[in-house]
Design a protein around this ligand. Structure first.
Ligand code: MLT
Length: 407
């Protein structure tokens, strides 16, 4: 008899963004004439940078002729891309990361979800609340939690991120082994300073713990004092894995390209207490379960680092941040309390009431889709998240509808 992994039965009925999509589709079917503006899921709306398109076309042409055709590429990614990343994203900021410590993949969602496979079931996992649901759900699937009771899974250590701590969680009071951090943060849009991040690195060193640092939104940082990478912090190479993505920074949500950095010094321990290289383990996993990102996509990603690519992605990001500025301005003038949107494309707003009710109200009355904070965890109750990913014209329209609805 085939039996199931019953941990799946502990999960909430559906993934947050699928749940929202279902509600929006139902609303659209019931109101076919109503134009909906989506400021919910963080999905980009603007075209890929021209430099990426040119490189993409060229690579497709190479695939169309026998002498330049490429079959399986290296599972870890082509050297041309890994070298461009090491040089531009890390060495240029004084972070000593080499090309062979970078693993190209098809998304930070997959990588942050898959990485937990490397660890035993009985480790203590610390997860922020509110949180990007992937970190949580994949640990539930792996059996690292008990049941979902009163809005939380038993057995996890939740790191509350609230207004009281400026949305940067305090160090846990009990020992933990695996720590998820995401800055600039999804969903709150908050940021972490170098000093605060240093405390986490120090903690991980003392406890022989590991930090999984999701930096998918680093390109949106405007404050020059903030760290873009955890490897800007001394000692982080030993205790941190970092995730990056081109989805939001260069419009690759539909194109798929991201990467994970696993420094060679980064270690975890076997049952005898011996140090084991996470670089070797991740490499083994990657080679076994992944066959690389397609050649044209990697060429398109490489083009981000060209002079034109840099200028074009800067313009892309600035256009979304202009939307974020407008949302912040409007929410302030409507008297709402919020955080984020200064160094991140998300604005986290105190809804002054139930977050799903607020979601339904905005959808029904204004035709605007947001993300209810409760979907990101217990501490998200009472909040909603607005995403800056849309056209300026749509954000202007959405804000005017919000003004009508909320005034
Ligand atoms: C979000 O809206 O939180 C993100 O778009 C989800 C993702 O990147 O998977």
């Amino acid at each position: 008899m085939i039996t199931i992994n019953e941990n799946y039965l502990k999960l909430q009925a559906s993934y947050l963004f699928s749940n929202i999509a279902k509600r929006v589709t139902a609303f659209q079917q019931a109101n076919p004439d109503k134009e909906i503006i989506r400021l919910g899921i963080g999905d980009v709306t603007r075209a890929l940078p021209a430099a990426c398109i040119t490189a993409f076309h060229k690579a497709v042409d190479e695939m169309g002729s026998d002498p330049s055709f490429r079959g399986y590429g290296p599972e870890q990614g082509y050297d041309f891309l890994r070298e461009a990343i090491a040089k531009n994203d890390f060495q240029a900021r004084g972070a000593e990361i080499s090309a062979d410590e970078i693993f190209i993949s098809d998304g930070a969602k997959c990588d942050t979800g898959n990485i937990q496979e490397l660890f035993t079931q009985d480790i203590k996992v610390a997860i922020p609340d509110p949180v990007y649901p992937v970190y949580l759900d994949t640990n539930v699937m792996a059996g690292r939690t008990g049941n979902f009771v009163d809005g939380r899974y038993q057995g996890l250590v939740y790191l509350d991120s609230t207004k009281a701590n400026n949305y940067v969680p305090a160090l846990p009071t009990q020992d933990v082994d695996l720590i998820y951090l995401c800055f600039p943060n999804n969903p709150t849009g908050s940021t972490i300073t170098k000093e605060e991040l240093s405390q986490w690195v120090q903690y991980a060193k003392e406890k022989k713990a590991l930090i999984l640092f999701d930096a998918a939104y680093e390109a949106f940082i405007r404050d020059a004092s903030l760290p873009h990478s955890i490897y800007e912090i001394d000692g982080a190479r030993e205790v941190a894995i970092e995730f990056r993505s081109y989805s939001k920074s260069a419009g690759f949500t539909g194109t798929r390209c991201a990467y994970t950095v696993v420094p060679k010094e980064c270690m975890a321990f076997d049952s005898k207490g011996n140090r084991q290289s996470l670089h070797s383990l991740w490499n083994r996993r990657h080679c076994t379960k992944f066959n690389g990102v397609s050649y044209p996509v990697q060429r398109a990603a490489e083009a981000i680092y060209s002079e034109e690519g840099q200028a074009q992605t800067r313009e892309l990001i600035a256009s979304y941040m202009r939307n974020a500025d407008l949302i912040r301005q409007e929410m302030a003038s409507l008297g709402y309390d919020f955080v984020g949107g200064e160094n991140a494309p998300y604005i986290w707003i105190d809804a002054k009431g139930d977050s799903w009710e607020f979601f339904d109200m905005l959808l029904n009355k204004a035709g605007v889709v947001c993300t209810p904070g409760a979907g990101f965890g217990k501490c998200g109750e009472g909040y909603i998240r607005l995403s800056a990913f849309n056209s300026y014209a749509n954000v202007v329209k959405a804000m005017s509808r919000l003004r009508e609805t909320l005034k």
